[in-house]
Design a protein around this ligand. Structure first.
Ligand SMILES: Cc1cc2nc3c(=O)[nH]c(=O)nc-3n(C[C@H](O)[C@H](O)[C@H](O)COP(=O)(O)OP(=O)(O)OC[C@H]3O[C@@H](n4cnc5c(N)ncnc54)[C@H](O)[C@@H]3O)c2cc1C
Length: 405
């Protein structure tokens, strides 16, 4: 793959640059060929590739060194996510499934540490079952899946929709209603063997149009039972346990809201860069009217605009990541970069496809994958409209109609 130089001053230490360069090589040699082979046939990310990604440390970028992670910050996480998404978005997504959320579950410390160490090796990965058929953007207001405490167990009943990796994960974090109002909506960890759905849970893959490499499921929870300790945060009716947020909770809570948005921005930027680099190469190769299409001003200006948009998104991502690493609140800025980068990625991948002409509208080039996957970045982790709602609420205050409800 050809490389497009980008601005690095101000953020790039030598160490970061080396990490980025080795990721770039890894993606070109290990991820891109697999993506080009498996995405067109909707194949899953192979275990062998997952193992290689684990050896590179990608599952443990932000996990503590003493538990097998790299102990790095959101900046490095975003920077490496961009690199991986340049190859295959689902590989950039699966690294986010190894987080330290288990420290918020009421499990004994030994279990939490053991799972963190496994997560850092990519051997304990999560799925998230938040969305439901009638609960999308308005998750907390519309959620219907219920968990009821029966003795020492939660019994979970309800329908979930869009649960990516429900089959391959080691645990599904299920958003459930356990009581009234917003505070009554809680996450419960449902552990299970990878390759299976939990006992008393059935489901089917949804026929999505992209984001291949793993499946996305509709699920029916029909009396799924888990120990009461599996709830995230305090167990209702009991005093605060060690598993609740604990030291540094406020900082972690802020990061929990912002990091997935920055991660999605990084995925968008990686996709857009892939499209730009492929389009530049194609523009040099494709000859019409006796000259490479790269000589036509319209092509040149299109590519210039695409590169500028990518760089603007990247610099905002670097800024927001640096702010989060410094422990500063950046909720609004995280929404800004998620919105800006995902909208940019759709435009840029579409322009890149245009440069390919008819060839772009085939499965013979990776450009269609970047375009299809970029389209999703405007929808998941909060749609573009929801990001604009968050930003405008912070600029203007909530509208009167919503304050009254
Ligand atoms: C491929 C894929 C994978 C996914 N993986 C997961 C997963 O692993 N786990 C999970 O829980 N979910 C997952 N999702 C679900 C995703 O998070 C939701 O699709 C997303 O939150 C939007 O919800 P919705 O689809 O129900 O859209 P809706 O909420 O129904 O929105 C429909 C439209 O209305 C707009 N809208 C809604 N409310 C407002 C408002 N207040 N103001 C302005 N516009 C508004 C939206 O922006 C959108 O354009 C996945 C989705 C896809 C497509």
């Amino acid at each position: 793959m050809s490389e497009v130089q980008h601005l690095t001053d101000g953020y790039m230490t030598e160490e970061r640059q080396m990490m980025r360069d080795s990721a770039r090589d890894f993606v070109a040699n290990e991820i891109l060929p697999v993506a080009n082979e498996l995405d067109p046939v909707q194949g899953d990310i192979p275990m062998d590739l997952r193992r290689k990604m684990a050896e590179m440390g990608y599952f443990g970028i932000r996990l503590p060194v003493e538990h097998g992670g790299l102990g790095l910050g959101v900046f490095e996480y975003a920077m490496l996510t961009e690199e991986i998404a340049r190859g295959w978005m689902s590989c950039a997504s699966i690294i986010a499934r190894a987080s330290s959320y288990m420290h918020m579950v009421n499990w004994p410390m030994e279990k939490r540490i053991e799972l963190t160490e496994k997560a850092a090796m990519g051997e304990y990965l999560q799925a998230g079952a938040l969305s439901e058929p009638d609960a999308g953007s308005d998750l907390f207001g519309s959620i219907k899946t219920r968990a009821v405490l029966e003795g020492d167990e939660w019994v979970i009943t309800g329908n979930k929709y869009w649960c990516t990796f429900a089959d391959g994960s080691n645990v599904i974090n299920v958003l459930c209603r356990v009581g009234e109002g917003r505070a009554g909506v809680r996450t419960i960890a449902v552990e299970k063997p990878p390759g299976e759905l939990p006992a008393n849970c059935t489901g089917n893959p949804i026929p999505k149009i992209g984001y291949f490499g793993w499946k996305t499921w509709e699920l029916r929870f029909e009396g799924v039972r888990v120990p009461k300790e599996n709830i995230v945060g305090p167990i209702p009716g009991e005093s605060a346990p060690g598993g609740a947020e604990g030291k540094g909770g406020g900082k972690r809570r802020l990061a929990m809201l912002s990091v997935p948005r920055v991660h999605t921005a990084a995925r968008s930027i990686g996709l857009a860069r892939g499209a730009l680099e492929d389009a530049i190469q194609y523009a040099h190769e494709r000859v019409q009217f006796g000259q490479p299409i790269a000589d036509f001003q319209e092509t040149r200006f299109k590519l210039a605009r695409m590169a500028s948009e990518i760089e603007a998104a990247r610099q905002l991502m670097y800024h927001v990541s640096t702010e989060i690493d410094a422990g500063r609140g950046s909720d609004k800025e995280a929404s800004m970069v998620k919105w800006f980068a995902s909208e940019m990625a759709e435009r840029v991948t579409s322009d890149a496809l245009q440069i390919f002409g008819g060839a772009g509208y085939t499965k013979l080039h990776a450009i269609e994958r970047y375009w299809r996957d970029a389209r999703l970045t405007k929808i998941f982790e909060g749609t573009s409209e929801i990001q604009l709602r968050i930003i405008s609420d912070q600029l203007l205050g909530k509208p009167t109609s919503r304050n009254q409800s």
